[in-house]
Write a protein that binds this ligand. Sequence first.
Ligand code: NAP
Ligand code: ZN
Length: 355
Amino acid sequence: MASATNEYPTKAYGATSPESGVGPMEITRRGLRDDDVLIDISHCGICHSDLHAARNDWGFTNYPIVPGHEIVGTVGAIGDGVTRHGVGDRVAIGCMVDSCLECRHCEQDLEQYCLDGGMTGTYNGVDRRDGTQTFGGYSQRIVAREEFVLKVPDAIPMAEAAPLLCAGITSYSPLRTWKVGKGSRVAVAGLGGLGHMGVKFAAAMGAEVTVLSRSESKRADAEALGAHDFLNTTDKAAMKAKSGAFDLVLNTIPVRHDVSPYLHLLKIDGVQVLVGMIDLVPEFHSRVLLGRKILTGSGIGGLAETQEMLDFCAEHSILPEIETIAMQEVEKAYDRMEASDVKYRFVIDMQSLRD
Ligand code: NAP
Ligand code: ZN
């Protein structure tokens, strides 16, 4: 498998420009450093961020890009100094593959907010040691340092485990940060990959959960996912009737939009957490915050919290709703994702890339 230089030629899917679409390409994974783990990828989830990045929605994509940061598989080889993982272990990688591990934030298990140049993204990032570009999980295999490799509990099937690595942790972390528990009133805006996990987690934590959605067709699903109520956000009267009703709004909407209607839903000291990567928030009058509303954001979660979330899912039998697709179907999946036509996460079966 490894070449003379110990690098790993690797089949992948990626984009070469905003218009190219995602298609086959060949990449090279580095030969193993002492602290590296080689993972044979079995599945990779499709996050809306992959679409944003492949199509350069944020304006900072370095092409070529291989998206994918919901990665699961088995350990195929380990570097000489690796102690946390062994060959054959079921493991996972999320949105980051490195950080300094020494700064104040890293020391608090908040590696995603590393003060030394930020976390190293699983894709579209720059390796801290050799300056090469990082490539994500739409590929046969990946190499990463052992600290950034998580363990997939036996109770979670591989395909279902994948979306937990981004959609899962990104919705779990703010619920923990803002201490959601029994009696909390939580609303989740946007019922997609992140949103549907937010509903499941908040319900499992004992909250009373409401889905805020434009899609009336998702009303029945919301209940099946564990929500107690459903609010059609296009119904102005229904929205008004819920003014001041919630402790927390988890806003997962992936486009620029006016966040003030969601602020009005908050009670005093209520919190709206923006997790959607929507570039600029439109200007809003400070009046909308005067009822002591808090508007904040949240980025994925740290390594320890991600492992905690995986274990929480195993313990509470929480799994994402997935549709498994072949690697060759990614562009179609992106289009469907853009049309909010996904229930509720696409997962690529990487066998389709090997065949
Ligand atoms: P997704 O699966 O596409 O779900 C987004 C949902 O938002 C849709 O299902 C839809 O729900 C709603 N929506 C879509 N377009 C909308 C529009 N024009 N107006 C209002 N609502 C709309 O996306 P995702 O994978 O959950 O990702 C959501 C966002 O989070 C993306 O921007 C992604 O980049 C970001 N993200 C952030 C982090 C982080 O660390 N902060 C991590 C991962 C992802 P309804 O049909 O119910 O309205
Ligand atoms: Zn993601």
